[in-house]
Design a protein around this ligand. Sequence first.
Ligand code: GLC
Ligand code: CA
Length: 560
Amino acid sequence: MQKNWFQHAVAYQVYPKSFSDSNGDGIGDLKGITAKLDYLKTLGVDLLWICPVCCSPMADNGYDISDYYHVDPSMGRDADLDELIAEAKKRGIALMMDMVLNHCSDQHELFRKATANPEGEEASFFYIRKGHDGQPPNNWRCWFGGSAWEPIGESGYYYLHVFTKHQPDLNWENPKLRRRIYRMLNYWLDKGVAGFRMDAITDLKKLPLDTQLSPDGQDGLAAVSRWTENIPGIGDFLSEMRDQTYGRVNAATVGEAGGVHTREDLEKYISLDHGYFSMIFDFCVSRINVGFYWHDRTSWTPEDFKAKLKASSENAGERCWMGIVLENHDQPRCIDHFLPPEGQNFYGASMLGLMQLMRRGTPFLYQGQELGMRNVHWKTIDQYNDVSSQSQYRAAREKGYTNEQAMEFIYEMSRDNARTPFQWNDGPNAGFTFGTPWLPVNENYLEINAEQQLEDLASLLRWYQQLIALRKRSEWSEVLALGSERHLPELGQNVLAYIRQLKQKKLLVVCNFQNQEAEISRLSNRSKSVLSNYGVPVTEGENWKLRPFEALLIDESEEK
Ligand code: GLC
Ligand code: CA
């Protein structure tokens, strides 16, 4: 593989639990994924990120790992993962595993030993401290609400958890722990995985644990997320990890890296020569309408969206590399999230797809995005599985919102929106399982499913396939992979436009982000349309005439 091969890749994220169930227990599994590799091959992707499949009590659906060397029985056997890696490779698809290194499960053997003896050797692998006067060591609030410290029985000791109490944070200050982690990463690299997606990776370094923060809520606590992300000193851990593991081989890594925004930080994290990672996710537009609490709303316009993309692109510049996303297993579906009701159709969805897939960076599609899968609306909060939906619902009710209002926030933001089973066909359970699915299938599977869209040349799936082919196997592949990106906000109100350029090759991307027509002038008399989600573009004199949510790809190449 050539250096920086990931710059040419198109990635696809699978949430194994919800992708395909091979044995009818209602839970998606590794054999299920292997059985669908041909589908991914047909779509055209060549890098596959699977969310965690290692042993886990599933308090946070696999993001609480109790054994990093073995596959969780609900996902299959260890050999099934070997098979998936090998079968994917045969089809030219590289596999990226999800590594959860900030915390493990409270059922991990080390943690059990640590809590059995809070003064013992194993306790030094975690953050275990004595409380004061029956209070936790500090006033940090965890991601999912409540104190970030959990008492260890009656011992007077507490342990730190930035996420749920079933996810104790690992003490990266301890070199013995770091060595154990590197050994584990190397084990998986030796097995032939192409790299890692690094979960919550900027949380590894903590503020001094005696730091009392000024409270930001009535509970007297302060959101820990703001205080443990990208703390100075983290670079020592990250560069050591890189040099000891994936940096030795030509592996690709993508960081879920909250708190990394400045140019200086970006260069440390993701410069193409020597970043800590190959890339981090570009979350510049994720959760565009909410704050930490889903009931803290902000309104936004397509102009804001444009500004965010432009800033992010300029921030990354020529030397940094990003993973480009619209969806993942923590976010709502992009059609519901980014489009007004009038645009929640083929045109809006295909516009978003073009906007994402033509950008500079490695695009990551999330399972079902290519079908236009949608959010769900279940009646009661009890029907939701996602832990953050539960805590956000509670927070909204405590704030005084009615049940109906609180449910609206859940409808909009719940992580279950993205976690409903993949819609393969219009058969029972959308073809996901022949048993009872662990999470209900979205009722719209009769209209939205892969089988139908594969047969329909005008479907969203076919559109995505076409975009991926442009990126992977066309005269535009080089410029789309390696070209620069320059935004042209002035081209039109609510029109998002950017240019990709490599030497003479130049592509203009234009997205009419509104339910109205717009006219934009041609940039040159060489302008030639390559693709429109309306089929044939319309010109008027010197202008391109854009229809609602029309997306255009225009050849602006200069003469040789
Ligand atoms: C990341 C994962 C999310 C998980 C959390 C804790 O944000 O994407 O699903 O809950 O880390 O591991
Ligand atoms: Ca199964």
